[in-house]
Ligand binder design. Structure first.
Ligand SMILES: [Zn+2]
Ligand SMILES: [Zn+2]
Length: 171
């Protein structure tokens, strides 16, 4: 009765094609080996699917695309994660956000209107004084009265040399 059960539960023994292999495939060593291999395949499968989930979460914002990526990571096993690696977005979301912030900050600093250093009122580049708090913003050219930037050494409109107040004092 016990032998009959064994015969029924080990189909490899019915297989005469493999002749000498049948003892091996029927042996407990083969079963243990097969189970160990299956166990590691399963562990590796779960690990690769989890890796896809973790990686996709950092790269994909859309929940549907994220779900699709995770599904691909699970099935087909091993091939799915490989395919995912080929088609995943090249950048992490945090890097994309960081770059967008940098660009935004750069645009803001470029497009920012000139402001009075004292009261922060918006002032035009040609203003000589702040119209709100009367702070002196720029010197006017001695000859043509054009507003001059502090660094300018000569008036660009009439070529009159700019004399700094200190130079005037020294004269
Ligand atoms: Zn002001
Ligand atoms: Zn001038």
């Amino acid at each position: 009765m016990r032998d009959l059960l064994l015969l029924q539960t080990t189909p490899a023994q019915d297989d005469d094609l493999f002749g000498s292999f049948k003892d091996f495939f029927g042996s407990p060593v083969w079963l243990v080996l097969r189970n160990v291999v299956l166990f590691f395949l399963a562990v590796f499968w779960i690990a690769s699917a989890y890796w896809v989930y973790k990686d996709a979460r950092r790269r994909i914002e859309d929940p549907w695309l994220l779900a699709m990526a995770v599904a691909l990571g699970i099935f087909p096993p091993f091939l799915g994660p490989l395919l995912y690696m080929f088609f995943r977005p090249p950048e992490y979301l945090e890097d994309v956000r960081e770059r967008e912030l940098e660009i935004k900050a750069m645009e803001e600093s470029l497009g920012e209107a000139a402001r009075c250093p004292v009261c922060r009122a918006v002032v035009e580049p040609q203003f000589l004084a702040c119209p709100v708090c009367t702070t002196k913003l720029k010197e006017a050219c001695r000859r043509c009265k054009a507003p001059l930037e502090p660094l300018w050494q000569v008036c660009p409109y009439c070529e009159t040399p700019v004399e700094s107040p200190r130079a005037v004092e020294n004269l």
